[in-house]
Unconditional design. Sequence first.
Length: 561
Amino acid sequence: MLLTNDELKTILTQNKILDEKKFEDLIRFSRNTNATLVDALVEKEIITDDALGQLIASFLRLPFINLSKLSIPEDALTIIPENVARKQKVIIFAKDDNGIKLAMADPRNTEIQQMIAKKTEQNVFVYYSTERDIYNTLRIYRRDFQKTFDRLLKEESGILDAQTLEHAPVAKIVDLIIDYAYQDKSSDIHIEPQEKNSLIRFRIDGILHDIAYVPKALHDQIITRIKVLSRLRTDEHLAPQDGKMHMQLEEEDLDIRVSIIPVVEGEKTVLRLLASRFRQFSLLNLGMTEMDLHKMVRAYSKSYGMILSTGPTGSGKTTSIYAILKILNSREKNITTIEDPVEYRIKGVNQIHVNTKTDLTFASGLRSILRQDPNIVFVGEIRDSETAGIAVNAALTGHLVLSTLHTNDAATALPRLTDMKVEPFLVASTVNVIVAQRLIRKICDFCKTQYTIATVELEKNIPKEMLVKHFGNQEVTSVYKGAGCKSCHFTGYAQRIGIFEVLEVTKDIRKLIVAKNDSDVIAKAAALEGMTTMFDDGLQKVARGITTLEEVLRVTKVESL
């Protein structure tokens, strides 16, 4: 760790970020969650990564650099090989006649500074950059997977023909695929057999990308290797199989969920990468506004009631719930979850995996959990009337219950519960807050450009009053987009962020629920009380240059421009 606990304490107390008591609480939290103090500060939403970096740089008496806001030239970047940059957590972001500008997560590492100075025969000027920022920026080293794969085959097997492919380095190939996917921040790897070859695709920021074609003769060997690592049957080729494997990468120990199904051309495999390193569990970093954050804090600060997260599959519901659980996690509280499946382990939290074979369902599991003296319960999903009834009763009897629902917006979750035979007065008295969300792609920082569009064109899809609210009353509107570069696979987008609407169940909203009003009436009342819709939140992020109009319209199901 760059700074000792005492040094970090000095920085935080002198800048009035934390007092001594709260700092001790932070140390306990970091020990309990197995996180560094710096990560704990960000996850507890005490300070942003960027703001903390500036304070640390000032303490070290070094200039601070935010790499995500820079366009790094290729000739500077390639001075240090990727493996060295990744291991040493350094990036050369500029060079000129005066010397080399070096961003470091640990500026006290003088050995790498001397090595670069000797190699370049130039002066090295050190800047401090956060470890998180350097990790995110390392993606600009991205190499072409197909070329690397072909080179590996040639080096290990010689000429690429059917005979030499029998001796192909399959273990190295599987490791290469997973490592590339991890560095690309992929959520899933698809290995699909086709008539003449096998296609490898990565899901990055919610979108599938074709990455490489490998010889069809290698497909079965790759699948067999994955089966061995996942402890699945290697002699079974006609039935679906599910498993889990574990890989040790340089950055972290990676859990991978494996699904194999037989298709016409062979066995298709999908690997879900359950990466935890640098996951932005902070609600602030997930994209929630300060106003919505205050509503969430009021809700999870209560010792009872329900917090519901709604949205379609893949909208980040579970990630938002995990963000809250990590904030609430302490030795004084018994937190138990029942999930299908358990995607990420949280140290100190009791996590149960649904198993229908042993009749361990959400409903039966929740009943058992309530006999375990819990303070906080997370139910992965409320799917039926039985689970809904038990969850509501748990919230009534002094437990804080968190769960997810599949509804399109926040207000619709309320009648959805009544449809599950929960009495309206029980819904009104237990639900604290409902969060509806979607994930949108962020504009790539390395190729972001500004352009203008006629406001009259925007009015075809966006109400005029909303345009005036976010962009002003003008004939031409300035917005941003990504031009496309190597770093973002020439998509113009890199990483994702959430758009939210947070419906706080106030006294007036409770009256509407008890009176059995429909979701439209409740949504209008919430809007009058200050609730921001997902579309409104998306336009705020467009105005700030975080995402594009097209992306917000795509995700909120509004007709595209």
